[in-house]
Write a protein that binds this ligand. Structure first.
Ligand SMILES: *Cc1c(COP(=O)(O)O)cnc(C)c1O
Length: 366
């Protein structure tokens, strides 16, 4: 069997660097609940984003759930969102007692189609929740304009978009809230973890309560909430990985360029075009097989035979999942569906070698 190439591989600091970072935890025995590493990491992120209202969580999903809870929307309110995303986006709406209302994506970059948002707004709509899918930025200006016109909050699932900038400003600058997942498979990770960035400082106090069962001081609990805290070992991993983040992105950029050398201009193989003014993080390498001599499924199977794991990311679309389909019967999202039927995320990580990329592309092209 040929060497396994997984779809992703976590970036890691050296063993020694991480050990050095966590040494203090053996002395202070403070392993969770806003210890020194948590505070240090939070401060570093505020500087990294250029945004002060940073908050850390146990994972990206609870960051979304708790972050939405902080807005205190009335139960049953509607949130306009994208069908082409991770189920976590939709779950975080539904699990807050809110109703996801899907608007199809556009056929250029597969982010929410801003031309279709206004038609979906009703008097129950409270927010627009869009995903910067693959780190490709939504049309943040258009979304902002619509939100202002109708008095809606804007929430971004920026799980893929850590480090992405538009005209020099971090992606978290846009929206009332942006969430980053720092799961081991993401472009920047803390083993498991999540981050929110809120525009308005006033939510930080409520977040503090919401991540800790709803405790407000030691003797009262004011919300029926969850435990969503990040621990010190995760924060320490974040501190280490942040030191090397731009080096890792530069390596990923090289990998992407190698893929393009092999696959550009081949009939039936498509990519999302780079966006003007946006610097990418190369979190994923999604390829769309549309009109190619083999189908996406055939390519995926052929790669798997050679021990190369590529992923249908995202497939199926959210309204087609068993847990949602009964609520959206009869609604169609043709652009999302077409993307889900043609997309294949090829292996993408900093250490992917030139030979590996060649091996992958040879199989696709032969
Ligand atoms: C990974 C991911 C999440 C969930 O993050 P976890 O840290 O795995 O909980 C949410 N949304 C999107 C778009 C993701 O890719």
């Amino acid at each position: 069997m040929n060497k396994l190439i997984a779809v992703t591989r976590s970036s890691m600091p050296s063993f020694e660097e991480y050990c050095e970072e966590i040494k203090v935890l053996w002395e202070n025995r403070w392993l969770s609940n806003r210890g020194c590493k948590h505070k240090e990491f939070e401060a570093q992120l505020a500087e990294f984003f250029g945004e002060p209202n940073v908050f850390l969580y146990a994972n990206g999903h609870v960051a979304l759930e708790v972050g939405i809870d902080a807005f205190h929307f009335p139960k049953g309110s509607e949130v306009i969102t994208t069908p082409y995303t991770h189920c976590s986006t939709t779950h975080s709406i539904a699990r807050n007692g809110l109703v996801p209302v899907f608007v199809d994506v556009n056929d250029k970059d597969y982010t929410i189609d801003v031309m279709k948002i206004e038609d979906a707004i009703t008097d129950k709509t409270v927010a627009i929740m869009a995903t910067h899918v693959y780190g490709v930025m939504c049309d943040v200006e258009a979304i902002d304009k619509i939100a202002k016109k109708y008095g809606l909050k804007v929430i971004y699932d920026a799980a893929h978009a850590f480090g992405v900038k538009k005209e020099g400003k971090d992606v978290s600058h846009w929206g009332d809230m942006a969430m980053f997942s720092t799961h081991a498979t993401k472009v920047f990770h803390t083993i498991e973890g999540g981050i929110t960035v809120f525009k308005d400082e006033k939510y930080q106090k409520r977040l503090n309560t919401l991540v800790n069962f709803g405790f407000d001081g030691p003797e009262d609990v004011v919300h029926i909430s969850t435990n969503a805290r990040m621990n010190e070992f995760e924060a320490a991993m974040g501190i280490c990985n942040l030191r090397h983040f731009w080096d890792e992105v530069a390596k990923r950029e090289k990998v992407a360029a190698r893929y393009h050398q092999h696959l550009d201009g081949v009939e039936g193989i498509h990519f999302i075009a780079p966006q003007p003014g946006v610097t990418q993080n190369y979190a994923y390498f999604p390829v769309f097989f549309d009109g190619y001599k083999y189908t996406r499924n055939e390519i995926q199977a052929r790669l798997a035979e050679d021990n190369i794991l590529a992923r249908k990311y995202f497939y199926p679309i959210i309204p087609d999942l068993s847990c949602y389909q009964m609520n959206y019967a009869g609604q169609t999202f043709p652009v999302s569906k077409h993307a889900a039927d043609t997309v294949l995320a090829l292996p993408m990580f900093a250490d992917l070698t030139e030979q590996d990329v060649e091996r992958i592309c040879r199989i696709i092209l032969d």
